[in-house]
Design a protein around this ligand. Structure first.
Ligand code: NAD
Ligand code: DAU
Length: 331
C-alpha cells in the first residue's frame, strides 16, 4: 500500500506517520509538506528509513500530480491550523486550506485515488456552555474564524467532488488534540513550555471556554479505521468525551508540574472566541467499532508534559518568537 500523507511534518500528521510505520510494516509512506513554521523534519527523524519526505506545496499542481498518481491512498492533514494566526493574516489559510484541497481533489479525481480528508469540529461553530447538545454529523455548518471557515469550505469541496465526480473520499471532523510534537503556539504545549521557563500560564479571558480533548493517537486510530471501513462520501465525527474548560486544564498542568494550581494569569481574550465544542461520537463507535484508548486525561497530560521536558531541543528554537508574537497582541 502506497500512502501519501500531506502535512506529515506537523503535529497530527507526524504522529500519524509514526503510527502508520509501526502498524503497517508493508506500507510505502510518502510525506508531502511545505515545511512552514509549523512543519518540522525533526518530528520524522527516527523514521527516515521508512518515509520519503518531499518538501512542496499542496497548492502546486505540478508537485501534487505525480505524487498522487503514484499513491493508493491520500491522507490530507496539511493546513494552516491556528485560529489566532488566521485572525492576524487569513491569506495563507485561504491558499492552503481551500486552493490546496482543491488541487489535491483534482489530482485524486484524475488518477482515481482513495482520499481521506482531515477536518475539524470547528466547522460547526460553537455551543452554549450550558447546552446539553453535542455536534453530530447532521449539525449545520456555522464556522466563526477565518481558519474554521476555510476548513468548512474545504469540506464542502470534498462533498461536491464526491457527488459530482464520484471521487472516493471520506471526511473526519475531530475535536482538540493533545500529545507529542504539537507546536508550542497551541494552548497545552504553550503552558507546559511557559512553566519550564518559569513563566505563568496565560488564560484567554475568564478561561470558561470548553474544548473536547482527545489524545492524538486516538484521533489517528480513528482515521485509519475510517480509511479501511468507512463508507465513501460519509463524514465521521471523532471525539473521546473529553470536555474540559480551559481553567481546569491550566490548573491540572500547574498541579502536575508541581506548582500552585491557581498561579496563572488572565490575558486578552481571542476575538470571536468559540465558547464550547463537544462531539457526539456515536456513529464512529457504532458503525466502525472504534473506541478511544487514552481515557484518562490526567495520565495523557502527564506523558505529554514528560515529552516536552525530554525534548526541549525540538521546541526551544521557536519559543522566543512565539512568545514575542503573543506579547504584541496582549496575550
Ligand atoms: P500543524 O499546524 O501542526 O501542521 C500542519 C502541517 O501542514 C505542517 O507540517 C505544515 O508545514 C504543513 N503545511 C502547511 N501548509 C502547507 C502547504 N501549503 N503545503 C504542504 N504542507 C503544508 O497542524 P495539526 O494540528 O497537525 O493539524 C493537522 C490537520 O488536522 C489540519 O487539517 C487541522 O485542520 C486538523 N485538525 C487539527 C486539530 C488539532 O487539535 N490540532 C483537531 C482537528 C483537526
Ligand atoms: O477543535 C479543533 C481545533 O482545535 C483544531 O481545528 C485547530 O487546528 C486547533 O488549533 C484547535 O483550535 P483551538 O483554537 O481550540 O486551540 P488552541 O490550542 O489555540 O486553544 C485552545 C483553547 O485555549 C481556546 O479556547 C483558546 C485558549 N487559549 C489558547 C492559548 C494559545 C488560552 O486560553 N491561552 C493560550 O495561550
Amino acid at each position: 500500500m502506497r500512502v501519501l500523507i500531506t502535512g506529515g511534518a506537523g503535529f497530527i500528521g507526524a504522529n500519524f506517520v509514526h503510527q502508520t510505520v509501526a502498524d503497517y510494516p508493508d506500507a510505502r509512506v510518502t510525506v508531502l509538506d511545505k515545511l512552514t513554521y509549523a512543519g518540522n523534519p525533526a518530528s520524522l527523524a527516527d523514521v527516515t528509513d521508512r518515509v520519503a519526505l518531499v518538501e512542496g506545496d499542496i497548492a502546486d499542481a505540478d508537485v501534487v500530480d505525480p505524487l498522487v498518481r503514484d499513491s493508493d491512498v491520500v491522507v490530507h492533514f496539511a493546513a494552516e491550523s491556528h485560529n489566532d494566526n488566521s485572525l492576524n493574516d487569513p491569506s495563507p489559510f485561504v491558499t492552503t486550506n481551500l486552493i490546496g484541497t482543491f488541487t489535491l481533489l483534482e489530482a485524486v479525481r484524475r488518477h482515481g485515488v482513495r482520499y481521506h480528508h482531515i477536518s475539524t469540529d470547528e466547522v460547526y461553530g460553537d455551543l452554549e456552555l450550558d447546552d446539553p447538545a453535542k455536534f453530530t454529523e447532521q449539525t449545520p455548518y456555522n464556522p466563526s474564524s477565518p481558519y474554521s471557515s476555510t476548513k468548512a469550505g474545504s469540506d464542502l469541496l470534498v462533498r461536491a467532488w464526491v457527488r459530482s465526480f464520484g471521487v472516493e473520499a471520506t471526511i473526519s471532523n475531530c475535536s482538540n488534540n493533545y500529545g507529542p510534537y504539537q507546536h508550542i503556539e497551541k494552548f497545552i504545549p504553550r503552558q507546559i513550555t511557559n512553566l519550564i521557563d518559569g513563566v505563568r500560564p496565560k488564560l484567554y479571558g475568564a478561561g470558561q471556554n470548553v474544548r473536547d480533548w482527545i489524545h492524538v493517537r486516538d484521533h489517528n486510530t480513528a482515521v485509519w479505521r475510517i480509511i479501511e471501513q468507512g463508507r465513501t462520501g460519509e463524514t465521521y465525527l471523532i471525539g473521546a468525551d473529553g470536555e474540559k474548560n480551559n481553567k481546569e486544564v491550566v490548573e491540572l498542568i500547574l498541579e502536575l508540574m508541581g506548582h500552585d494550581p491557581h498561579d496563572y494569569e488572565h490575558v486578552a481574550d481571542r476575538p470571536g472566541h468559540d465558547l464550547r465544542y463537544a462531539i457526539d461520537n456515536t456513529r464512529l463507535r457504532e458503525e466502525l467499532g472504534w473506541e478511544p484508548q487514552f481515557k484518562d486525561f490526567r495520565s495523557g497530560l502527564e506523558d505529554t508534559i514528560a515529552w516536552y521536558r525530554d525534548n526541549e531541543s525540538w521546541w526551544r528554537p521557536q519559543k522566543a518568537a512565539v512568545e514575542a508574537k503573543y506579547a504584541a497582541q496582549g496575550q
